[in-house]
Write a protein that binds this ligand. Structure first.
Ligand SMILES: C[S@@+](CC[C@H](N)C(=O)[O-])C[C@H]1O[C@@H](n2cnc3c(N)ncnc32)[C@H](O)[C@@H]1O
Length: 221
């Protein structure tokens, strides 16, 4: 599902409100040149992540799913002095591209990139007492979003935010008969949220250059 006007509006908003500097531009270029899938957040979405981190005053950020480091750079630039982003990427080749782009963007000192499947890395982070996190951005393999959310819930600061991307999945979120495991995982996430007293949450549908999808935003009470 797509409409050319969604892309046109994204471009308009990007030019005026979320323009790229050389660091972000170079990160996208490196990602294309290395043949990474072009599935990073759009510029307006990157700006939204940055704004949410700033509104929250997030000092400690966790990201699951680094890809080429594009969203990582947006998030790192929201940090106050002394803050850090821990970002987790399963694919070592993607992580290599991300590492170079993060350095080039001048935020290398603020970012700790961990390579490995998130379900294996998260217990290490827990053992190291890397949290609590003020903001967690869940953007890795979608089938495990509920597991990542549950972990984030246990390792978030009070008032912290958890954002899970790609939950609407072209509209399959509301289809109880969908046999798509990714869509079923997003339904599990929503069922979990509905009965979880520790969070207040909502899901927003989005259209844009990345098509039709949506994200869930939850705040720890
Ligand atoms: C949608 S992309 C992330 C995009 C990135 N957040 C951005 O907007 O710039 C999803 C990433 O998650 C990674 N991934 C997939 N399964 C994973 C897992 N089990 N643990 C960690 N990362 C994983 C993929 O390799 C891919 O790079």
């Amino acid at each position: 599902m797509s409409d050319p006007v969604w892309t046109e509006i994204d471009r308009y908003v990007t030019d005026l409100l979320a323009p790229h500097d050389e660091g972000l531009e170079a990160a996208l270029r490196a990602s294309v040149e290395a043949g990474l899938p072009q599935i990073q957040v759009s510029p307006p979405q990157g700006k939204l992540l940055q704004l949410l981190a700033q509104v929250r005053g997030a000092k400690s950020i966790l990201e699951l799913g680094t890809l080429g480091g594009y969203s990582t750079i947006w998030l790192a630039r929201a940090l106050p002095p002394g803050g850090r982003v821990v970002t987790v990427e399963a694919d070592p080749r993607y992580a290599e591209v991300a590492r170079a782009s993060i350095e080039r963007a001048g935020v290398g000192e603020l970012v700790e990139l961990r390579v490995g499947p998130a379900l294996e890395v998260l217990p290490d982070l827990a053992a190291e007492e890397a949290g609590p996190f003020d903001l967690t951005f869940i953007d890795a393999d979608k089938v495990n979003t509920p597991e990542y959310f549950a972990w984030a819930l246990d390792h978030s600061a009070s008032g912290g935010l958890i954002i899970a991307d790609n939950v609407v999945r072209g509209g399959t979120l509301a289809n109880p008969d969908s046999d798509d495991p990714n869509a079923r995982a997003q339904r599990r996430l929503h069922e979990m949220l509905a009965t979880e007293p520790r969070v207040s949450a909502t899901t927003i549908q989005t259209v844009g250059s990345k098509g039709y999808d949506g994200f869930t935003l939850a705040m720890i009470r």
